[in-house]
Structures are given as structure tokens and as C-alpha cells.
Design a protein around this ligand. Structure first.
Ligand code: AMP
Length: 456
């Protein structure tokens, strides 16, 4: 088994890793760190919870540290850009960079939307080696002339699949146009839809590929259970499970923002301190909810998929799927919040009769049967005694495939928050300023599954 010392990292970086208490590199780190240090492009199939952040930040900082011109004052050009889909993930990546870079003289800065731009513009004027940003705010600041990308040597697209789902493709194209063509590109994605494969073909030159199976990661460390419910009894069941289990830190997923608000209110009324986190919440409220959840003052965080994406909550013991996601890969992302870095985790799903097809789709992609039982005192009335018929399953499967095909064919709804005119057709445009001849024409790893954007 390899240790961090075997990966080619410099002393400055290794000391910070050791201070953080990491001993063994995770599989994605073991593969990605030496790959990035070769200065080649990287395509990594890895989701949050696999240690991917250190997988790209550690070698990226080492390269910047070794190639920097040691300018310590104002006017440092930005040499590395990390794009992330959400503000929370941007903030977390920036925190990681600060932690791992503490023995280097590198500066890092984070910018995202939903907060005032003026402090970010001032900070950009002071100069930074690394910029972590969400695409929309970055583009705004670049277009205002507050941010220059003409010295970028390394571009990281973190959670690229989610960025495309959120309609950021055009913003990403525009910012890429502002960068030098010669640079190292690192792309991380949990899933590989047609759009992601298009993007990797156009963006990456002969990339090194690293794959870490999210399905296996989740299956090995997370204990999964499902409870049959009627939709009317789900709230009471969640309250019972949390109270009787004395669960102190629980992340609950709902499909909609309103559902998250409603559930959070009911939990509060039942004496369970909770906060809801979703796209309609301002940055202040989201940061406060997350901080409360981390320090234990908020017992339950109720979140939609997009809001929860990338949350770094260490050792989270319990996840409840209040509703099952209709895209099975989202289930893997959700339960990836628990059981991280080898910790034990517990994932509960509350499933009502009309969610059975979703459960089956999930079991299919994780290649595992999830034990399904009733909660004491809550025998569901609407569930048939037997499981779904074969024709029901076939029908649900066909409907799912049709929805996926429609999504791929451009019949997608505009996700909430997407700017008008920012069409998310996913085809990555080689004329967007990044294309060069002789690019590697390879397909991304993993199954080609399409996510359906939902207005979260
Ligand atoms: P990430 O997938 O980058 O969000 O990381 C998931 C979690 O694992 C974070 O809380 C990291 O601090 C932690 N982590 C990352 N790498 C290691 C490692 N090699 N050993 C132990 N914990 C780690």
C-alpha cells in the first residue's frame, strides 16, 4: 500500500498533509496526484467523499510552488483556476487549499455569486496565485475587467457534470476563451453523460484517466435500509427515527425546496432543531445553517440535491432520503455524504408506493438489493402486499429512458437560476478558444447516464 511519501509530493506539501492527520492516500489520490505531477491533462471519475479535492489541490499547489516567480506583493497573476458548481463547494475547496498550502507562499482566493462583488474585486486587485470560483460570478467579474485569466496554467473543472446540469456550459465556454490555450486541464466528474463526454473530447488533450467507482465506495461503507411508507406518514416516521435513535447529526434530502422548508418546520415543531438549505436561501442563511450543523446546534439539515452537493461534513453518521431521487445517480451522491473516508454510515430511505420504480432503478445501478421493511406502528396502507409487477417495472424503465433521451436531445427545462440566453445544450464548442489539433478522441469512463435538471 502506498503512502503519501510515495506520490512525488514535495516536503512543503507533505508536512501540511501530515498536520491534517492523513496517513494513507485514498484511491483517487494515489492515482491522481502522480498523474497531475506529470503535467498532463487528467480525466477523473470521482465523486465527493473520495478525497478528490486533495487529489487535485496537492499536486496543483506543488506545481505552482515550483514554478512561481516568488512575487509576494500585489499584482500576482492568477495561475490556477478551479471552477465549481456551488458556492459551498467553492468555499470548501478554498479552505482545503489554505490548509494544504500553509507551508507554501501561495495565495488563494474564492469568488462566488449571492454576495456583494466589491470585496471580491478588491481582493482580486491584491493578486492571487489560485482562484476558486463559480462560473457565473467569475464571468461577471472578468467581463467587468476585474479579473484576468491570461496567465492560467492549470484549469480544474470540479464536479463538471453538476456544472453542466446547472446550465453553466456557456459561462464556462466564455471563461475558457479568456485563458491561454496552452495549459493543463483537470476534469472531475461523478457521471459521464453525453455532454460530459463531448466536453472531455474538446477540452482534454490525451488525458490520463483515473476511475474510482462511486457505487462500490458507497456500498462498502454505508449501511442502507429502506422503509415502506405512505406519503402522509413520512414526516412522523422521520421524527420517530431521529428521536428514538437519538440521532444527533442527520442530513435529510427532499426533492423540492418547498418540501425542505415544510419538513424543517415540522421537525422544529416536534422539538428537533433543524435548518433547510436550498437554492432559494441566501448565502448568509446557507452558511449559517451549515455552520450550525457542523457545530451541533442544528441537529437536522434538510437539503435538496443541488444545495447538498459537495458539502464537506466529516463523519456524518446519518442520511435520510425523505423522498427518493428520480435520477438514480443522485442516490449515490446523497449517501456519499456518509461513510466518507472509510467511516461507517447509515442511509435510510422512506419509500412510498409510487416511488417503487425509483427504488428499483437505484438497486440496479448499485447492483445491490436494499432491505425494505416497515417501521413499527406505521404499516403503509397504500403499498400492495407484493412488489411491483414485471410490466410496472418495464414501464417505469421505459419512462426513465425516454426522459433521459429527451434530456439529451435538448428537450430540457431551463434550470432555476440559469441566465436567459444561457442555453445548456451541453455541446462543448471547440471554437470556444480552447481547441487545438490532434486532441485525444476518447470516451469518458463509466456509464453514459443523463441527469435530468430540476428547478432546485
Ligand atoms: P473530498 O472527496 O475531497 O470532499 O474529501 C472527503 C473527506 O475526506 C474530507 O473531509 C477530507 O478531509 C477527507 N480526506 C481526504 N483525503 C483523506 C485521506 N487521505 N485520509 C483521510 N481523510 C481524507
Amino acid at each position: 500500500m502506498k503512502t503519501f511519501d510515495d506520490l512525488g509530493l514535495s516536503d512543503n506539501i507533505l508536512r501540511a498533509v501530515k498536520d491534517k492527520g492523513y496517513e494513507i492516500p485514498s484511491p483517487v489520490q494515489e492515482k491522481a496526484i502522480p498523474a497531475v505531477l506529470t503535467r498532463k491533462d487528467l480525466l477523473a471519475a470521482a465523486q465527493t467523499g473520495t478525497g478528490k479535492t486533495a487529489g487535485f489541490t496537492l499536486p496543483m499547489m506543488q506545481i505552482l510552488d515550483e514554478t512561481g516567480d516568488a512575487k509576494l506583493s500585489r499584482g500576482r497573476p492568477i495561475r490556477a483556476l478551479v471552477l465549481t458548481p456551488t458556492r459551498e463547494l467553492a468555499a470548501q475547496v478554498n479552505e482545503s487549499i489554505k490548509t494544504y498550502g500553509k507551508y507554501t507562499s501561495l495565495r488563494s482566493l474564492v469568488i462566488f455569486g449571492g454576495v456583494k462583488a466589491s470585496p471580491q474585486i478588491r481582493a482580486l486587485r491584491d493578486g492571487s496565485d489560485i482562484l476558486v470560483a463559480t462560473p457565473g460570478r467569475l464571468l461577471d467579474l472578468c467581463q467587468q475587467g476585474a479579473c484576468k485569466l491570461d496567465h492560467i496554467n492549470i484549469l480544474v473543472l470540479d464536479e463538471a457534470d453538476r456544472m453542466l446540469d446547472m446550465g453553466f456550459i456557456n459561462d464556462i465556454r466564455k471563461v475558457i476563451k479568456m485563458m491561454p490555450k496552452k495549459r493543463q486541464n483537470l476534469l472531475f466528474s461523478a457521471t459521464f453523460s453525453k455532454e460530459i463526454r463531448n466536453m472531455t473530447r474538446e477540452l482534454l488533450i490525451d488525458p490520463i484517466t483515473v476511475e474510482v467507482s462511486p457505487e462500490n465506495t458507497a456500498a462498502q461503507t454505508v449501511s442502507q435500509r429502506a422503509y415502506r411508507c405512505d406519503s402522509t406518514s413520512k414526516t412522523q416516521i422521520a421524527i420517530k427515527l431521529i428521536k428514538e435513535g437519538n440521532w444527533e447529526q442527520v442530513l435529510v434530502f427532499t426533492r423540492t425546496k418547498h418540501g425542505a422548508n415544510r419538513l424543517s418546520k415540522s421537525l422544529d415543531q416536534a422539538g428537533i432543531q433543524s435548518s433547510a438549505i436550498h437554492g432559494n436561501k441566501g448565502q448568509g442563511a446557507r452558511t449559517k445553517a451549515l455552520a450550525g450543523f457542523k457545530d451541533g446546534s442544528v441537529r437536522v439539515l434538510v437539503a435538496t440535491d443541488i444545495a447538498a452537493r459537495g458539502l464537506d461534513i466529516v463523519n456524518l453518521p446519518h442520511v435520510i432520503n425523505f423522498e427518493l431521487p428520480n435520477v438514480p445517480e443522485d442516490y449515490v451522491h446523497r449517501i456519499g455524504r456518509t461513510g466518507r473516508a472509510g467511516q461507517e454510515g447509515d442511509a435510510i430511505s422512506l419509500v412510498c408506493n409510487n416511488e417503487r420504480p425509483y427504488l428499483q432503478a437505484i438497486e440496479k445501478i448499485i447492483s445491490q438489493k436494499i432491505p425494505l421493511t416497515d417501521v413499527d406502528g406505521f404499516k403503509p396502507e397504500l403499498w400492495p402486499a407484493k412488489g411491483p409487477t414485471a410490466s410496472e417495472v418495464q414501464k417505469a424503465d421505459a419512462a426513465r429512458k425516454k426522459a433521459a433521451r429527451q434530456a439529451q436531445g435538448g428537450g430540457r427545462r431551463k434550470p432555476a437560476g440559469q441566465k436567459s440566453g444561457s442555453k445548456s445544450d451541453g455541446a462543448f464548442n471547440p471554437s470556444a478558444g480552447n481547441s487545438a489539433g490532434g486532441r485525444g478522441r476518447r470516451s469518458g469512463p463509466g456509464a453514459s447516464r443523463r441527469r435530468t435538471p430540476r428547478g432546485r
